[in-house]
Design a protein around this ligand. Sequence first.
Ligand SMILES: O=C(O)CCC(=O)C(=O)O
Ligand SMILES: [Fe+2]
Length: 297
Amino acid sequence: MEITPLAPSLGAEIRGVALGHVSAPEMERIKALLTEHLVLFFPDQHLTVDDHVGFARHFGLLEAHPNLASPECDAPEIFELMATHGGVADEWHSDITFQPEPSKFAILNMVKCPAVGGDTMWANMYKAYDELSPPLRDLCDGLTALHDAHPHGRPEQTAIHPVVRVHPETGRKSLFVNEHFTRRIVEMRHEESDMLLGHLTHWATNPRFTVRYHWTKGTIAIWDNRCTQHFVLNDFDEERVIQRATVMGDVPEAGSPPRWPAWMPGGFTGAMGRHDRQVNRHLRREAKDLESNSRDD
Ligand SMILES: O=C(O)CCC(=O)C(=O)O
Ligand SMILES: [Fe+2]
């Protein structure tokens, strides 16, 4: 395999392997390269849907998109996104973090892309964490945040995750909040949460942490959602079609337990902001689930 790193922070282009029939040693090598570079690009693969799904299965169990349909694509494991004149995910995010177990990997097939425009960017969340000052790292280590599916019109789908997660394979810490799905730091007043989330989500996308990829038709990309975020440039007129296989996730593990309880405004519930209410509802639901589970035991 021929490996070309694309940026100092993350990303490598790989040639000299046919993903339609990878051998076990090649698969081992690809997994190691993904751990090292966080996002990999394999140009000129031109996989069929079956080969794409077959390759993606090497990374784990696949899941359909929880909220968005792919009317033009029959394969249940594939999420297809068609766009013309832009209309893509142009907010930084890691995939489906509003779920209790957000997806581990995405394996994307670029089916049709504009000659110019529609590039995708990724950012390295290990670096975004490592380069915070020690006091801010320490604060973030002790916090959790509420994520929701508001971008899919489903704000009632919520999950609470650590603001800093530990990667189960590398043991490294990474920043795990994103502008698309993260709403509230659970342990803070909403004004403080807005300030900190605003800073962290902006910081996470510092150009030094990123790579930008210009697609060609038939390229396969794989990224690790646990330590990266991505953003599609909404700057094209032609048609752009991607097909994504999504590998089921795990519960994000915290480096340390939350050091403070959830913060709630005192007094009458009318004083609550929208995201306070969401946190409140989520915690009540969790407590109820816990109670009914212990009753079942
Ligand atoms: O279209 C792309 O480049 C990526 C879209 C996206 O956000 C995703 O598939 O998760
Ligand atoms: Fe995405």
